[in-house]
Design a protein around this ligand. Structure first.
Ligand SMILES: [Zn+2]
Length: 298
């Protein structure tokens, strides 16, 4: 997603959908703000398709505005339902894309949880199997040793010991039978383990099949601040959640305050919305100070 400032001098505004990243346009003529100017804003309209009421949206916008005021230590943005510049929520394919993206992310999280569970389960069963297998192998060796000992004794034994040997032989035969049963159980467990592994691989494959879908959802503008002379308009096209919307509002308010894009990707005024942005940074605040000094020099 790209937050891009387009300052249009033309009267006609076209909503252009950019499927790929395009070079950033320098925000020409935006440096009209001064450090003492208070910019008024108002909530103009919200497309009902957003499912967002003005009562829900207004506190979010107010929060973004007051974060700027707090960060700059003075009131630079003020809510004014009559005189303020309009903020509009315009619904189009971009918000649809955001919703799909959000669903996909939730889906991926669910898969990841399932994979982690299955993996844990598999590893636990594998450890049990390996323990059983090594116990079996030990028994196997012991039984083989006992049988060969018995055979040696049987060869040397005198007829008087026949009864004793017969008991020992019966015991050995019963152990052998039990041992064969354990071997079958181990085989069954091994097959079950293979099934589990297959199941795990299938889940991973299903999860990975979702990923190209995620990458295919391209970059789109989620917010826009237009300025013609002293007239500003903010348009919000898309947001994933309240945090995402707040970041977009902070960014567009930043443009309203005359700030250009910054190179630091954790700053709110970085050109693209990303995971490392949390709140206004010292770079954002510094950029405002710099631009109002420059504006004051004109
Ligand atoms: Zn921007």
């Amino acid at each position: 997603m790209i937050l891009r400032l387009l300052l249009l001098l033309a009267a006609v505004l076209l909503w252009v959908f950019w499927p790929t990243a395009t070079p950033l346009k320098a925000p020409l003529g935006s440096k009209t703000a001064s450090c003492d100017q208070v910019i008024l804003w108002r909530l103009d309209s919200i497309d009902p398709a957003f499912g967002l009421s003005p009562e829900q949206a207004l506190p979010l916008i107010q929060n973004a505005a007051s974060r700027w005021n707090q960060a700059l230590g003075k009131e630079v943005l003020r809510y004014d339902p009559q005189q303020g510049f309009p903020i509009r929520f315009v619904f189009d394919a971009r918000q649809q894309q955001q919703l799909e993206q959000l669903m996909l992310e939730r889906n991926l999280h669910r898969y990841d949880d399932r994979i982690a569970d299955q993996q844990q389960d598999f590893e636990r069963q594998l450890a049990e199997f390996q323990q059983d297998k090594s116990a079996f192998e030990q028994k196997d060796q012991q039984l083989a040793a006992d049988i060969s000992l018995f055979n040696a004794k049987a060869q040397q034994a005198d007829p008087g010991a026949a009864a004793l040997l017969g008991r020992e032989q019966a015991e050995l035969l019963s152990r052998q039978k039990e041992h064969a049963l354990e071997a079958e159980q181990l085989d069954a467990l091994s097959e079950k383990l293979q099934d589990r592994q297959q199941q795990l691989n299938n889940t991973i494959a299903d999860r990975n099949a979702l990923i190209p879908q995620q990458q295919a959802s391209g970059l789109a503008e989620v917010g826009l601040l237009e300025q013609r002379g002293a007239n500003r308009t903010m348009t919000i096209f898309a947001y994933k959640d309240d945090h995402h919307l707040t970041l977009t509002l902070l960014h567009e308010f930043g443009h309203a305050l005359g700030i250009d894009h910054l190179a630091d990707n954790s700053s709110i005024m970085f050109s693209q919305l990303n995971g490392s942005q949390q709140d206004l940074t010292s770079a954002d605040i510094q950029a405002w100070r710099q631009q109002c000094v420059q504006a004051g020099q004109r």
